[in-house]
Design a protein around this ligand. Structure first.
Ligand SMILES: Nc1ncnc2c1ncn2[C@@H]1O[C@H](COP(=O)(O)OP(=O)(O)OP(=O)(O)O)[C@@H](O)[C@H]1O
Ligand SMILES: [Mg+2]
Length: 398
């Protein structure tokens, strides 16, 4: 291909402006297919050639027919998902349209928690023990063999939606019964108490060309289910945990067959000091993790992802040269509609969240110690000044 390709961005969520703008800067013709209720959102329309919307993305046949219909008069060289929920439907579209990029089999490893678990188990990678909610005798056997508590989780949701921590077979069977035919969309797994880490990486032609490891201050399940502050900080790059995480991340890329794109991958370090693979997603980490990584390294994961999606191995992709600073991110719900954060004025604050009923900061410093010091000091202070809690969502809020 000699001219910059035409790219169709598919998104059932309002996000990815930097991705869209980067495609345009790379010379692409950019189309956006979204859902009607998102048309009013401030998409970067200066960087989009045409926008289309469907009432929703629920029906696969409608989506395929729509894109095929548009393709009668528009050449579509690339199709890219902007949100986690779009990863699988875009993989399906690519295969149907014979457009290059990740196909359905590989995409499943990055969307379906059962698929990623089964492949990791098959390849001998450490994971929590699990069972598909399918064969009832197997579920019984699992509950006899694996001590509770267990995490009962949907195979394809995000943001801890629908995850339940259960402690007795009676509780499990009640939830299974209530789900009826939907039960096979779940898995049950061993709960591994410990710290949760994430590695955010860029992969080009099967190689990890950029990765940063961070640790959540509290596991996300606790934040979404018991409330409180979300915080995460980059780990020291020479820390032994970081080195182990980087190695594990590389192995996952290889075993899950990921070729190119960005990954947000989570791990648990159990009280036994072992690292376990928790989950992975073929997208930029949510909750402003991309801004934190950019504050520390100067690398914007959305921009790099766009460049890789455009290149598809047909054009060279040149990985970025990162800065080696550190950063931390804190986000909390706020009681106040427009919380006044002017008293938080350390020079290390490089970003503030501008969202009703929320407070959020990113701090950056040349050392991980200074970042930890700031985040640890801010957490109780934010709790006092602003915090509010809401019940965990039962279904997606998008
Ligand atoms: N097996 C497990 N052992 C211990 N904690 C777990 C386990 N599985 C999930 N959790 C907790 O639940 C949270 C969400 O789990 P997971 O990442 O699998 O789901 P998710 O819906 O993709 O969530 P999110 O989008 O919030 O990362 C984890 O961050 C962790 O706190
Ligand atoms: Mg997760």
């Amino acid at each position: 291909m000699t001219k910059a390709p035409t790219i169709l961005c598919v998104s059932g969520y309002f996000k990815g402006s930097r991705f869209i703008e980067t495609c345009k800067r790379e010379g692409c013709t950019v189309y956006l297919l979204t859902i009607e209720k998102l048309l009013k959102e401030p998409w970067p329309r200066h960087a989009i050639d045409e926008v289309w919307a469907l009432p929703d993305f629920e029906n696969d046949a409608t989506l395929v027919n729509t894109v095929a219909y548009l393709a009668r008069n528009h050449e579509i060289d690339r199709i890219a998902p902007l949100d986690d929920y779009d990863v699988e439907r875009v993989a399906r579209l690519r295969e149907f349209m014979r457009v290059p990029g990740m196909g359905e089999t590989t995409a499943r490893y990055f969307r379906d928690k059962l698929a990623m678990r089964s492949r990791a188990e098959f390849r001998g990678l450490p994971i929590p023990r699990f069972v598909h909610v399918l064969n009832h005798a197997r579920i019984d056997r699992f509950m006899c063999e694996v001590p509770p508590p267990w995490m009962f989780k949907p195979r394809a949701e995000a943001s801890s939606i629908g995850i339940k921590k259960l402690s007795t077979p009676e509780e499990v069977w009640k939830v299974v019964e209530e789900l009826g035919d939907l039960q096979s969309r779940y898995l049950l797994e061993q709960m591994i108490p410990g710290d949760v880490y994430h590695v955010d990486s860029i992969v080009s032609e099967g190689e990890v060309v950029f990765a940063e490891a961070s640790k959540y201050k509290r596991p996300l399940f606790d934040v979404t289910h018991s409330g409180g502050i979300f915080a995460t900080t980059l780990l020291a790059r020479d820390d032994s945990d970081t080195i182990e995480l980087m190695q594990f991340n590389k192995e996952l890329v290889r075993h899950l067959g990921f070729v190119r794109g960005v990954l947000h991958t989570e791990f648990i370090k159990g009280h036994d000091e072992e690292l376990y693979f928790l989950e992975t997603a073929a997208r930029v980490g949510g909750a402003h993790i991309a801004e934190m990584v950019e504050a520390a390294t100067g690398v914007n994961l959305w921009e790099e992802w766009a460049k890789i999606e455009v290149s598809q191995g047909e054009f060279p992709y040149v990985p970025p040269t990162p800065r080696k600073d550190y950063a931390g991110l804190i986000v909390s719900l706020a009681r106040q509609e427009r919380p006044d954060t002017s008293a938080y004025n350390d020079p290390e604050i490089v970003w503030r969240l501008d969202k009703k009923h929320h407070v959020g900061f990113i701090v950056t410093a040349p050392t991980p110690e200074r970042v930890e010091e700031l985040v640890d000091a801010y957490m109780p202070r934010i709790e006092r000044d602003f915090s509010a809690t809401l019940p965990a969502p039962a279904k997606p809020t998008a």
